[in-house]
Design a protein around this ligand. Sequence first.
Ligand code: TYD
Length: 135
Amino acid sequence: MLTPTLIKLPQLKDPRGSLSFLESQNHIPFDIRRVYYIYDVPAGESRGSHAHKNLCQLFIAMSGSFFVKLDDGLGNLYDFHLSNPSEGLYIPSGYWRELNRFSSGSACLVLASLPYDEGDYIRDYDVFKRYKSNG
Ligand code: TYD
């Protein structure tokens, strides 16, 4: 998958509550090498403002909600509102992202295809545009 995609995850609902799950290479198209999460985001703050050269990710709104804007640097823009723990936003490598409008108490779980590497980040938007337009 080369474009951002909302992936519906299995959801088992019964009177005791709901359970969702996912497996690498089955429900998501990469092996999970790292997990992190974003939480306690103050009202009005945003996260992101970078792209990754090689990293693929899945974002899940474990609680609450937030907005994700994606930009491929070539004129294609994508807007998502994540609020459902039974779906995940797959973000391939090479997308500039902005996360904002976090609701109070929200938490974003991120499953990532690679260990943390600052060298995989592009944190300057003009550098990102040049990187993408050079193929
Ligand atoms: P960053 O990815 O810029 O956060 P966000 O996209 O939510 O705005 O990371 C913020 C800081 O945390 C940065 O100094 C790098 C560090 N960090 C790690 O050390 N390990 C990790 O796995 C992640 C995701 C970030």
